[in-house]
Design a protein. Sequence first.
Length: 403
Amino acid sequence: MTTNTSTKRGTIAILTGGGDVPGLNPAIRAITVRALREGYRVLGVRRGWAGLIEIDHDRPGLDGDCVIELSEEIVNKIGRTGGTFLHTSRTRPSHVPRPNVPEHLRGRYTDEINDLTPEVLRSIDRLGIDVLIPIGGDDTLSYGVRLHEEGVKVIAIPKTMDNDVPGTDYCIGFSTCVTRTIEMTHALRTSAGSHERFLVIEVFGRYAGFTALLPTMAGAANRCVIPEHEFDVERLAELMVADRGTNPSHYSVVLVSEGARIAGMSEMVFSDQEKDAYGHKKLGGIGDLISERLKLLSPKYNQGRRVNVISQRLGYLVRCGDPDALDSIVPMAFGNLALDLVLSSTYGRLVNVRNGRYDNVPIDVVTSRKKVVDLSKYYVPDRLRPRYENFENRPVFIMTSDF
């Protein structure tokens, strides 16, 4: 394909929102390179949706702190790395608390919660943005749905470690998360075996248990507890003791989704009571709570002897660093799928993977439902483990399709 340098067909803007994942920079690169060669100008919006409300319209010229013009030189090297060089935030322009309203707007927006969508639309107009491509999870993309309804030409790309964006089997970042979870769990086995302990590993997953279920299915753990099923911790202790007893190295492993709940708990376990712009408190600590309960309950099932526990929260270790092979390939495909839609003047779409094939669906699928594990198909509640059967015609990631 030859580069079109004589004609500018319009301006495409890219932004990344929510938590960082490996694969964002490859997606930005894929969009930019293809768009430039098709004759488009490409802008990168910094800090997700925040970049579009932080622009001071009374200042002349392009605000370089909020927007950067992208070139092949800029994206080529960075496209091999993890994170997002455009930076990110959890800003929700339709629900901005008064303390978070940018200084230059505080005279006009004085409510406790403010809808700054008019400022976003002004920024889009000022920058001459013809098409906006947000890359994010269901929270970030839900605001993309709002802009689509306002008449903005939006094409969305799904990313999240939890793989819980509705309408797609796969989200950027999921493969690296699963790969690292398996690797780190196997590495921690050496310590668990050396000390003959339970190993409790807390992983991502607020509402959906894919990041715990799939590594367990791959053999990383004996058991897993996920948000979709409130579990009996005594039953978990019984199973963990039994698993430990049949292991020559005398240890057993459970993966715990951060959103998992012990039966009888009124809510999830939070590490911070402060809510983000989408109403979510920061999760963390369920693994430690389960560890303490297992330690106390273990004598009941282990002939009166307590089993000690190694508790580890993987957290940012699975979202930092470079992408794996799949999270290098899928972002490339998603970026080019987005450009195919731009070239065909097809907007208001979410690019996706469905049953192993690339496709696209209406963007409002993002706000239509929650994507969670189908317990009847993929989980055995009494055994607290995946269901190992009926794989025929399932997607590569097995339980991740919601179609």
